[in-house]
Design a protein around this ligand. Structure first.
Ligand code: FAD
Length: 635
């Protein structure tokens, strides 16, 4: 458990599942998975900007002002980033790492000398002790140059041993393990198994207590463990003996720090992928591996919470990399758009190409706005609720980075599709578009796929409604309780609902430039429209709303774009304060906002005008083999 000096990042929710969700129509597997996931949810009394926005409440002060890191750290971080940048340019050959699938030992040693294995680890444990904001700047820088090196360092410290120990470790665990990992001993995170990916609650790896109770024996196999083939320390999640609740066994998951050299730990094979070829990813087998009880992280049975909270907090490094990638795409698009002449003019002057350049610029700008705004919230308070903002940064950043790469590949024409080595051999500038695309495709899949991020966002968005009306809708609860809940809900909505129709905006914080304040104010009105739309869908679909994933996805995307506009405004205000020219900043903010408003409008329209149900039926017929005739004519 966290020590008195290091409280957990969020108030833990009860071990018992949230009974506000009706599980009566679920099979045992669905019920067990949902119970475990619900028990592992973080809960916060002080909700975030986005959580309030989904309820139509306007709290811009949660985002504003976006401040700089404290002056002392800024000087140190600037120096570190300058040295890191010089090292990357001089020593890290991204093309070679991709081609060979290996990060050379001298590169790893150089990164360790710079302190890159413990960027956020407190100085007292041998790390650099930087804030989330400075860590994200480092991730952005590294990913803009070599995505393999980024993945190696990010997995090590965002989800590997440092992050869960910093959040949940005991003082003894911190003293024992953090100096090792901060010094360059590689760590990895082993959660996924062949049968469980997005739904880790049903994992089969088991840890049984030894007779003396001093240790556990770990048995099982973990799939796709990045850094796993090189790691010295692993975070492993496993099932420990179930707890009996209401006469039924309740799954218990526990996380352990495991020494990779311990007898019984075996790298079965190294996995190979489309990109990220130096990710040192493998299948790990554990056979009667003795793990001391003292290596449990966060308490027995709290492993899913440790894993999910770690992913929540660690989730910001991937969007930081997405910024690095989007900025690189912008740089390439700018240079090629200006120098490649076709039909007598630079290709960037053809409107169809210009549209893509504009999109990349706006996306790169907004990604940075969202991430910096969220990172500063984390730095202000480790207890702050950033679940929705972090999920949105991950969802939006990775999806938009992919679009940026798709756009820049199109702008580069045939050269976009050509490898760096081939370009260089012909004497051309080896822009790494092909490599970046291969490496980045996976970012919408791992550490929470886009589909799971949208579900997560909507689960959290619906939470206040479930707290108010969930029991009334839950057929598993006694009638008396349901009736009481119904009356409470009626009283709540009689007050809440009319407020969602208020015409005016919400007002911007004092000190904002009127132009930005006006944009920000507009988010409040759209937020209320989103809140009442969600409510209407709840009333229309009742408990079946959770099945309407495509519809909920549109609302998640509206919320994400609204957060993006709000973040763009508050970040722009910071840029003005830093002395950036107003006209240039407004050009970006205005264009991004215009693009986001088009998407928001389309998503609102799609809520009432769609072919979702028909499409779902077709998909079910396809997977049941009813349309195999469409597959005729292939090998
Ligand atoms: C390169 C790489 C590195 C990785 N590194 C690690 C690592 O270091 N440690 C680790 O533990 N794991 C790692 N993983 C695993 C990764 O986290 C999983 O791939 C991811 O969680 C998705 O699981 P899955 O691939 O089994 O997909 P599945 O869970 O089988 O999902 C298949 C598809 O269904 C969708 N889906 C699933 N459930 C739902 C739902 N309820 N509603 C809607 N859609 C749904 C998914 O989004 C996906 O599109 C890595 C994977 C890769 C490819």
């Amino acid at each position: 458990m966290p020590t008195a000096t290091q409280p957990p990042p969020a108030k833990p929710s009860d071990d018992e599942p949230k009974s506000v969700i009706d599980m009566s129509k679920m099979n045992e597997g669905q019920r067990a998975a949902l119970q475990a996931t619900e028990a592992a949810r973080e809960s916060h009394d002080d909700l975030s900007f986005v959580a309030h926005l989904f309820m139509g409440r306007w709290k811009p002060e949660k985002l504003y002002p976006v401040t700089d890191v404290e002056a002392g750290e800024k000087v140190r971080a600037d120096k570190f980033l300058a040295e890191l940048g010089a090292f990357l340019r001089a020593k890290v050959d991204g093309e070679q790492i991709d081609r060979t699938g290996e990060i050379p030992d001298d590169v790893m040693a150089g990164l360790a000398r710079l302190g890159c294995y413990g960027i956020k680890v407190p100085q007292q444990y041998g790390g650099l002790g930087f804030s989330q904001t400075s860590y994200c700047r480092a991730c952005q820088l590294i990913a803009s140059h070599c995505t393999n090196t980024f993945a190696h360092l990010s997995i090590h410290q965002s989800v590997g041993v440092p992050q869960p120990l910093m959040l949940f470790g005991t003082e003894e665990q911190k003293q024992k393990f953090l100096p090792r990992v901060a010094g360059g001993e590689i760590s990895a995170f082993a959660l996924t198994e062949a049968g469980v990916g997005s739904d880790p609650a049903r994992m089969t790896t088991r840890a049984e207590p030894t007779a003396d109770g001093e240790a556990f024996l770990l048995n099982g196999e973990k799939l796709w463990c990045s850094n796993g083939t090189r790691a010295g320390l692993l975070i492993v999640a496993a099932q420990t003996p179930p707890k009996m609740v209401d006469g039924r066994p309740r799954t218990q998951i526990t996380t352990f720090v495991v020494e990779a050299k311990a007898p019984g730990v075996e790298v079965v094979c190294r996995s190979q992928f489309m990109g990220h070829r130096a990710i040192y990813n493998g299948v790990l087998r554990f056979t009667d591996v003795r793990v001391p009880r003292a290596n449990i992280v966060g308490g027995e049975g709290r492993g899913l919470k440790v894993a999910l909270t770690t992913l929540n907090a660690g989730r910001l490094s991937i969007p930081a990399a997405s910024i690095g990638v989007a900025k690189r795409a912008l740089q390439i698009a700018r240079e090629w758009g200006k120098t490649r002449i076709q039909w007598g003019v630079p290709v960037g002057e053809h409107a169809a190409v210009a549209e893509k350049i504009r999109r990349i610029a706006a996306h790169a700008f907004a990604m940075e706005a969202m991430l910096v705004t969220t990172s500063r919230i984390v730095d202000r308070s480790k207890q702050a609720d950033i679940r929705l903002e972090a999920a949105m940064c991950k969802l939006w950043g990775t999806e938009k980075a992919w679009l940026c790469l798709d756009d820049v590949m199109q702008i580069r024409g045939g050269r976009g599709y050509e490898t760096e080595q081939s370009l260089l051999a012909r004497g051309e500038q080896p822009y790494p578009v092909e490599r970046l695309m291969r490496d980045n495709r996976v970012t919408t899949i791992f550490e929470g796929s886009s589909e799971i991020m949208r579900l997560f966002i909507m689960r959290e968005a619906l939470d206040p409604h479930l707290k108010v009306a969930g029991i009334a809708l839950n057929s598993e609860r006694p009638w008396g309780e349901r009736l009481k809940s119904l009356l409470n809900a009626a009283a709540f909505y009689a007050f809440w609902y009319p407020r969602q129709w208020l015409p005016a905006g919400g007002g911007a914080p004092a000190g904002m430039h009127p132009h930005l304040a006006d944009h920000l104010d507009g988010v409040a009105g759209l937020g209320r429209r989103m809140a009442r739309t969600l409510f209407h869908q709840m009333v229309r679909h009742g408990v079946k709303l959770e099945k309407r994933q495509v519809l909920l996805g549109r609302i998640a995307d509206i919320g994400t774009d609204l957060f993006a506009i709000a973040a763009a405004c508050v970040f722009a205000q910071k840029l003005l304060g830093d002395g950036e020219p107003e006209a240039k900043v407004f050009m970006l903010v205005d264009d991004f906002r215009a693009q986001a408003l088009v998407r928001i409008k389309q998503n609102f329209a799609g809520i009432s005008d769609n072919a979702d149900e028909h499409g779902y039926q077709l998909a079910q017929q396809v997977i049941n083999g009813e349309h195999r005739w469409v597959e005729r004519g292939i090998v």
